[in-house]
Design a protein around this ligand. Structure first.
Ligand SMILES: [Zn+2]
Length: 301
């Protein structure tokens, strides 16, 4: 079957479940280990900061915990430093790769003889080192909003954030500064689960609808984590394997197929510049506003 290659190229960004999958796989290999060497082969990775001081600061640092915030992987060191890795579009981390892949950007050597490489063909991924918890919180506060799958992620909080917003609810869900970690795939899946049309104005959703959407986001993310993420193009596990969530999409990339809930044909539209999949029956489109004063104008003419 032919697929829409243009759309594929647009939505390969790892989202929360893909990053969480990597975190779970990396943690047992990294936690408690010391970095004996870090070599940044591509200075773009640490830009705008120079790479050499970061290599130096990480050498000999002991990894206490591998965490995640939104789409950031967060390595926390026993000396108080934190390294924030963002994979962006095509970044992956490979543990003990038998050969060094093309597009290797960073090499990490561990004190137990194992090694990890960061590979990124398109070079958008970043590594940012902060020296303490306060700096970390300041960095994240500017970039990411409420974290799904935590107690703070409530319908009430979402509704308050969306108050007065006319932007489509899908754009609101995709905005990392409001909700951390949800990208194009999981936004479509969540809105479908909640039976909310992506073009509805965020500020017009009722509290009950936000409650459904909150649940939809959490259920879609949990299903993604359960399937070890979706691999559409470049996403790989740390051992090079692929996730399987792409086979379990309810709506995303299923244009022309039947809605799993009602059987209506799924359609593809564009919302916030992104290919978006909806069931026109389960997700009722917002009512169109009538053009103002057309009868009056007609009378004058
Ligand atoms: Zn339907």
């Amino acid at each position: 079957m032919r697929t829409d290659v243009g759309a594929l190229a647009l939505s390969i960004v790892p989202e929360l479940p893909e990053v969480e999958t990597i975190r779970r796989q990396l943690a047992p290999h990294l936690e408690g280990r010391t970095l004996t060497s870090v070599e940044v082969l591509d200075p773009r990775w640490t830009r705008p900061l120079p790479s050499a001081p970061i290599e130096q600061a990480l050498r000999g640092a002991s990894i206490e915990r591998v965490g995640r915030r939104g789409k950031y992987l967060l390595w926390s060191f026993s000396d108080g430093q934190h390294l924030l890795l963002h994979l962006r579009m095509t970044g992956s981390l490979l543990f003990d790769s038998p050969t060094e892949p093309l597009h290797t950007r960073v090499r990490f050597e561990l004190d137990d003889g194992h090694r990890l490489v960061y590979v990124d063909p398109r070079r958008f991924g970043t590594g940012f080192l902060v020296s303490d918890a306060a700096e970390l919180e300041a960095y994240l506060l500017e970039r990411i909003g409420v974290e799904p799958l935590t107690a703070a992620f409530t319908a009430d909080h979402l509704r308050r954030m969306a108050h007065g917003r006319r932007a489509p609810v899908k754009a609101f869900v995709l905005d990392q500064r409001r909700i951390a970690g949800v990208g194009n795939i999981y936004a479509d899946e969540a809105l479908f689960r909640a039976e909310i049309h992506p073009l509805r104005a965020a500020g017009r959703l009722s509290l009950a609808e936000w409650a459904r959407l909150r649940d939809g986001i959490e259920d879609a993310l949990a299903a993604g984590i359960d399937a070890k993420g979706a691999s559409i193009d470049d996403f790989r596990h740390v051992d090079g394997a692929r996730g399987s969530f792409q086979d379990r999409f309810l709506i995303h990339r299923r244009a022309g197929e039947s809605c799993p809930r009602c059987g209506t044909t799924i359609v593809k539209i564009v919302v916030a510049g992104r290919g978006t999949y909806v069931c026109p029956n389960c997700q009722r489109p917002p009512r169109r506003r009538r053009a103002v004063s057309s009868p009056a104008r007609a009378a004058v003419l």
